[in-house]
Design a protein around this ligand. Structure first.
Ligand code: PBG
Length: 321
């Protein structure tokens, strides 16, 4: 008889035949930095996650480094917003100052920046508005300005999250023309118009003041289109392809893993984090085990890199700290 249970008999054999492993090397930890002073504000819908002002960020960074997490993904929350999000390319802006601070005091921590406008525009959309919609090509001009500003401040990698067509190409050309040909780009290649971003919008103060993001982010019903999106980012030269959200889109993670020979990342987004935290707080699930199982499922689906608010907790468990 075929007996698959033979290889499940004890932890020893289960360890030997285990196919996937979650390690601290897979993790990117997102950070929200708000312009101002003395800010350390809990994000209610994301227990354990806070917004920091730059002067309060050190203890958080100390912890990230001591847990051996390789990378952070920075989101800036400016004190003033306008129609274009012009603070995104201010060399003295909150994100630029944060990049310089982190690279100066934590030179080995890998700094990735989110390249978008929604936290910086007064209307909360991811670019310049025209006729009640985001103007793709006008936004590309500003993306180029933003990305050069991040590069000059010392970012190690840039990650455009706005789902504008041609963003990777516009960024690559801008970076190459200014001498930053070595700076990699992680594309938010397949990003769905998802309700799972709810808590993030509280965290980053980026809820659209009208409408939604369905004219630029993808329809959750679509899988073939994900190949098209990823193909364009691949051709335009994205160094890493990302799928977002993660849990409800693991089929797409696997599709990309099977199709492209580039590293695949997934973004375990705010709503996925909030659901586990909320159910665990109620005592309805074992939060730690559900966390580890869901992150492992992302590895099994083919993710090489996971962006997650759980990064510190996972790192602590993996290192027994
Ligand atoms: C901004 C951006 C969003 C997220 C990352 N970058 C929100 C959005 O597109 O509305 C979501 C992250 C999360 O939910 O954890 N463009």
């Amino acid at each position: 008889m075929n007996r698959t249970r033979r290889l499940r008999k004890s932890e020893g054999i289960r360890r030997l035949v285990r196919e996937n492993q979650l390690t601290v090397d897979d993790l990117i930890y997102p950070l929200f930095i708000e312009e101002g002073e003395n800010i350390e504000k809990d994000i209610v819908s994301m227990p354990g996650i806070k917004r920091f002002s730059l002067d309060r960020l050190s203890s958080e960074l100390d912890e990230v480094v001591s847990l051996n997490i390789p990378a952070v993904l920075l989101f800036g929350i400016p004190s003033s917003k306008d129609g274009e999000g012009s603070e995104t390319w201010n060399d003295q802006g909150i994100l630029q100052r944060t990049i310089r601070f982190v690279k100066k005091h934590y030179p080995n921590l890998y700094v990735i920046t989110d390249v978008c406008f929604c936290e910086y525009t007064d209307h909360g959309h991811c670019g310049v508005m025209h006729n009640n919609d985001v103007d793709n090509d006008a936004t590309l001009v500003n993306i180029a300005k933003q990305v050069i500003s991040h590069a000059k401040a010392g970012a190690d990698m840039v990650a455009p999250s706005g789902m504008m067509d041609g963003a990777i190409q516009a960024m690559r050309e801008a970076l190459d023309a200014t001498g930053f040909y070595d700076l990699p780009i992680m594309g938010y290649s397949v990003k769905y118009a998802s309700a799972f971003y709810g808590p993030f919008r509280e965290a980053a103060d980026s809820t659209p003041s009208f409408g939604d993001r369905k004219t630029y982010q993808m329809d959750p019903a679509n899988r073939d289109e994900a190949f098209r999106e990823a193909a364009f980012d691949d051709q335009e030269g994205a160094d890493i392809l990302m799928v977002k959200p993660a849990l409800s889109y693991l089929d797409v993670v696997r599709d990309l893993k099977n199709t492209y020979d580039r590293p695949i990342a997934c973004y375990n987004v705010s709503g996925e984090y909030a659901m586990i935290k909320a159910a665990a707080a109620k005592g309805w699930i074992d939060g730690e085990r559900v966390m580890m199982e869901s992150l492992l499922s992302m590895k099994r689906a083919g993710a090489d890199i996971i962006i997650t608010y759980f990064a510190k907790e996972v790192a602590r468990i993996l290192s027994n700290k």
